[in-house]
Design a protein around this ligand. Sequence first.
Ligand code: 5AD
Ligand code: SF4
Length: 471
Amino acid sequence: MSKLVLKQEILEQEQYILKCKNLLQKQFVHKNPVCYVHSYGCQGNVADGEKIKGMLSKMGYGFSDKAEGSDMVIFNTCAVREKAQNRVLGNLGMLIHYKDKNPNMIIGLCGCMVQQEHVANKIKKRFLGVNLVFGTHVLHKLPEMVYKILEGQKRVYDTTESDGVIAEGLPIVRDSKFKASVPISYGCNNFCTYCIVPYVRGRERSRDMDVVYNEVKDLVKSGCKEITLLGQNVNSYGNDLDSNVNFSKLLREINDIDGDFRIRFMTSHPKDATKELIDTMASCEKVCKHLHLPVQCGSDKILKAMNRKYNTKQYMEIVNYAREKMPNISFTSDIIVGFPGETYEDFKLTLELVKKVKYSSLFMFIYSPRKGTKAELMDDFIPKEEKSKWLMELIDCQNDISEMAHDEYVGNIEKVLFDDISKTNEGMLSGWTDSHLVVECKCDKIKVGEFADVLITKAHRMALIGELTTK
Ligand code: 5AD
Ligand code: SF4
């Protein structure tokens, strides 16, 4: 069966968008309806949130940056760790309170969290004020679901299980005009033993290369300066396609698009990070010299238990090869502390690896058991407090490394894409180097959304400080 949602089904949803628009125009005579969409978790989920906004915008909804006072609130949830789920449930409690004041408020929950059957059932039973619950595989049917609610149905639930589909042609309201995420694949086939993603996002499926290429080309034409190609494992892009494509080929094609923009990608599974990928990065001038290469752990025993399919020697080989080809490349990573069976000796191997690689920054997590995964059934003897201590030790170690890595930038001239006003240094803009470090700088003649060459004059642990050298 084709993974692509039929054009006919997308057209049907467009009809529902028009029907919703008509109903909303009748319901809201003196003002436009307003919606608050909040996406939790990874960039892939944020990209889904932009499609949700796209569909709602076509119905006539405007957008608010807060739930209070909105006519519709949608939480696009994450299930990767317990903490993320608890945050949603806490915020949901608050929403129900707002709904007491505005009983017509429509509350929707979607994304990975509700794709888990036990969570969807819990919401159904305990949160009667939630009108709309839809899983990751039916996102494109949002217009039909909203229509049912606007017609008076109290609750609409669709958490259909599926290996996953690809819905092309959905409208998108992007959060930024100059930085955009473009999914190149959905789902995951890797089944790392701790991870819920393959269960809630279905099997890995790649978007057609021409479709991705054209989306990037249009974004560049509209002035976009940074494109991030997204997938749970971008390195296996194309494995499921008949055509003879792979991620390196896609990168090269996108690199050839005319325009002043840069290309990032995530996530790169180390088991599929090939020399071809590194050579491609090195030879494509628009591809940022930054590799997010989640190692998860520095112990081969634990990597095996995690089903990561590489060992630390293979990981270091790819790191070293990349450094040889691109001496200025920076690495970032994800690390899980306290996986079942992990001892302090194993953890020390993680510290060692972190010191060897010298990541510019790290995302560090305490292992969170996820229902239905293999690791959930593994014996886990280390108490939470002990794991927290290990995490603190890792954070301290990485802080020292980040500081040293930042120091090395002083005196460099870096091309920076400014994307915000600095929150810590008044009168400065904040932006990102090619290697994905934050730079803050006084920018009289540069605006948010522009590139500039910056001389790095100071280094702090969290950011670099610089002066404009151009304009
Ligand atoms: N517990 C803790 N961290 C997890 N991650 C994924 N699943 C879990 C879990 N059960 C982390 C991994 C992954 C990142 C996105 O989230 O490090 O790379
Ligand atoms: Fe989860 Fe592993 Fe797939 Fe990443 S590669 S989404 S960690 S199963």
